[in-house]
Write a protein that binds this ligand. Structure first.
Ligand SMILES: [Zn+2]
Length: 238
């Protein structure tokens, strides 16, 4: 008998508190074929990321498992005013294609903004939307959302929110800057991870070294003057 790659779970809507079903990809069908330097994973067949957002069929409120499960009466009425009252019941519980996945992420983004979710959550959603555009090779939209994600990561860093590994966050800010061709900013973040003696995360230090070299190559390819830190490297090599 063939096993379906999807299985259903029951979740409770944070907004209307009704139960509904949403799909997830079975672990045996999550086959990675590689990942990008900003942690975007590419999958062979089923993309489990398509199923991250849970869309309530009753009120439309869309969330991920990382959303806080509390919502004040004020936030709920805000949601109904801005989105919920216009919601036409749609089913997101079954198999999703790219377009449905994108819709679910954009709904979750709106809901997170209305609900005032933490910047960490917003950054993750924005970054995922950029990855979906990458999958479709829509460079312009990808970069637009990478910039939004970067802005949100910077806010996370400034707010020093809870337990996100700082070296990883700094690496990500460097890497998104590099992808946005903001090379000086990129080098600044990579350098901070490499030079900060308090940082012990060996994997992130190595990643920052690699992307620091990559940034240098990007700048040379774009025929830009190298900042001082990168010139040093140039001299040493000669
Ligand atoms: Zn609901």
């Amino acid at each position: 008998m063939e096993v379906s790659p999807l299985y259903q779970i029951k979740v409770k809507c944070t907004c209307c508190e009704q139960q509904f079903q949403t799909s997830k990809v079975r672990p045996s069908f999550k086959k990675s074929k590689g990942s990008d330097t900003d942690f975007c994973v590419h999958y062979k067949e089923m993309n489990p990321e398509y199923y991250v957002v849970r869309v309530c069929p009753f009120c439309g409120f869309s969330m991920t498992e990382n959303f806080s499960d509390k919502m004040t009466p004020r936030q709920k009425s805000d949601y109904y005013d801005k989105l919920g009252s216009k919601w036409v019941s749609r089913e997101f519980g079954g198999e999703r294609d790219w377009a449905t996945a994108m819709q679910s992420f954009k709904l979750a983004l709106l809901c997170a903004q209305i609900k005032g979710e933490r910047d960490r959550i917003l950054a993750g959603l924005l970054h995922h939307i950029a990855w979906l555009y990458r999958e479709k090779s829509d460079k312009e939209q990808e970069l637009r959302f990478l910039q939004f994600a970067l802005d949100a990561y910077v806010r996370v860093f400034q707010g020093e929110e809870e337990n996100m590994n700082n070296a990883r966050l700094m690496y990500l800010m460097g890497e998104l800057n590099r992808r946005l061709k903001k090379y000086h900013e990129a080098v600044r973040w990579f350098g901070r991870v490499i030079n900060d003696k308090k940082i012990m995360d060996a994997a992130m230090i190595r990643a920052c070294r690699e992307q620091w070299v990559q940034t240098r190559e990007d700048m040379l390819a774009d025929k830009l003057d190298l900042p001082e830190e990168l010139q040093e490297e140039e001299k040493k090599k000669k």
